[in-house]
Design a binder for this molecule. Structure first.
Ligand code: COI
Length: 353
């Protein structure tokens, strides 16, 4: 399928890179494509970024039939543009789409469309330390019918935004609250799909956590509230007694691409990584025994986000004196180095645009 190009009348001014927020500034162009049963996915277009018009009865507004992704583009010191494991994102988008009864996209075509869009927008890729061009592909249901049903029509978009750190304080350790009342998901739910509904359902807990001075929520499993699952915006890793431990993917946790990459990286360094059920009681016991060395979040937006404090039932657990630990720093430097082309990529993760 050819991709139509609609030229913008004017281009926006590029933002100051020294203080880029996350997710508020968007580039000049976006990719769009439509689905209907007769034509399948069609009408692929790169057009000026801007508002779209939808009927108020469009399914997505009522029953949240929507899936999305997050990936990034980087500029290397010699000016090349590269993506980090984008095939994984489109594969996960299709897995999420299947769970939400959304028709699959052609992953190779989506990657080609992304490359074309990023090539056009390459001057928007920031190069200041800690910055990148965040990529947000998403698909939503557009049929104008408010009966609860699977939509017959959809739109697929890719939008881009130059970003700095997801957490305002960058690599300064975050303070998180372990949620005991609300649940993010349960077995058989949509926990492992990347769909807007999961995040909508998490907002009340995050609001409560924010009001109490925490940046984020750490979720326990919805059925027993006994086992650690994931942070609101990323996966979580613990370094306990010399070993790395992360909750295993049981169907309720988002299968993070950064998580997967960090596990591969750690194993390549000869570290022990355990993907397993991690009970909160075990963490408390290990913490009281002085065995918890480091805790950090892992995600595309969050990258490697050290966690300095976790509050559980009124008790603050403080890790590594509330400073970024040596392992988190080494992982951050290596991963970001591979993404920006300053560290060799032995895994072939990087895709050149
Ligand atoms: C990402 O890390 O790209 C995400 O999609 C997380 C999002 C909730 C900011």
């Amino acid at each position: 399928m050819d991709i139509k190009f609609v030229k913008a009348k004017t281009l926006k001014e590029k933002p100051d890179q020294s203080n880029l927020p996350f997710g508020r500034i968007f580039t000049d162009y976006m990719f769009t494509m439509d689905y209907d049963p007769e034509n399948g996915w069609h009408n692929a277009t790169i057009e000026p970024y801007g508002p779209i018009s939808l009927d108020p009865s469009a399914c997505v507004f009522h029953y949240a039939q929507e899936v999305f992704e997050g990936t990034k583009a980087y500029k290397t010191p010699d000016g090349h543009v590269q993506l980090f494991r984008p095939q994984e994102n489109f594969a996960r988008l299709n897995r999420s789409a299947k769970r939400l009864c959304i028709p699959p996209i052609d992953e190779d075509f989506a990657l080609e469309a992304l490359k074309q869009l990023v090539e056009i927008e390459k001057d928007w890729i920031p190069t200041a330390p800690g910055t990148s061009l965040y990529i947000r592909p998403f698909i939503f249901a557009t049929e104008n019918y408010i009966g609860v049903h699977v939509s017959s029509t959809y739109k697929f978009f890719i939008i881009l935004c130059p970003v700095g750190s997801y957490y305002e304080d960058g690599l300064k350790p975050a303070v998180m609250h372990i949620e005991q009342v609300y649940a993010r998901t349960v077995a058989g739910g949509t926990g492992e799909a990347k769909c807007g509904g999961n995040y909508a359902g998490s907002l009340a807990a995050t609001e409560k956590a924010n009001e109490e001075g925490y940046e984020e929520t750490l979720w326990l499993d919805g059925a027993t509230r006994k086992n650690i699952e994931e942070v609101g915006s990323c996966n979580i890793m613990f370094k306990i007694d010399g070993k790395f431990v992360t909750p295993k993917l049981t169907g309720t946790i988002l299968p993070g691409i950064t998580r997967k990459s960090i596990i591969q990286l750690l194993k390549s360094w000869g570290e022990t990584v355990e993907e397993r059920v991690l009970p909160i009681q075990e963490l408390l016991d290990d913490y009281h025994a002085g065995k918890v060395e480091e805790v950090f979040g892992m995600g595309t937006a969050a990258v490697v986000a050290p966690i300095g404090k976790l509050n559980y039932a009124g008790e603050d657990m403080v890790f590594n004196n509330d400073e970024i630990g040596p392992s988190a720093q080494k992982i951050y430097d290596t991963l970001v180095g591979i993404q920006h082309g300053t560290v060799e990529d032995p895994f072939n993760w990087v895709v050149k645009v």
